[in-house]
Design a protein. Sequence first.
Length: 217
Amino acid sequence: MNAGGIDTTSQQDLFGLTGTGDLAFESSYWDKGIQFVAGTDEAGRGCLAGPVVAAAVILHPGSHIEGVTDSKALSATARAAFAEQIRNEALAWSVAECSPAEIDRLNILWAAMEAMRRAVAGLTVTPERVLIDGNTDIPRLGIPSRTIIKGDARSHSIAAASILAKTHRDDVMQKLHVQHPGFGWDSNMGYPTAAHYEGLSKHGPTAHHRQSFNLKR
């Protein structure tokens, strides 16, 4: 870990430690007596509409929820079931958003980072370490952290966070679809699909669209 609180240990080095598989990163801290390890991830960076959503999860040391993995590898039904289980079994969890207006002001990368910072800040237990999906550190986090490329497939707590972020965002888009049924948000969740572009062509953008994105096919 460097002076700025960023852990610079090689990612490969962790897999020789006590933890195995998707708990190796968490176990590298648990084995040192660091109990409160949060994983954080976001959902919705590539969408044309709706918020970018992030979640943070702290698992009980040594715990493992069988079947939890990257949310993209799960069906909607499985994600919903796991989301409920994660909320019931995690030591702490939190979900946060950045709105389309914030995305337009900050740009999508930094809005996603801000959503993750808010999710970590919203935890009822203050983490001692934070595992971040991707390769970008979260500004103003104030907690020692480690970035993990493809972390949602390599860290159990990040995978759990990815599920909470995805299910929350899907729920948001389902509700927005009721208000704006012309864009197919009940199925495309705001991503750039033919139906979404057709809706934009017919109805124009809503207040929920990201004006800084290319909204024309």
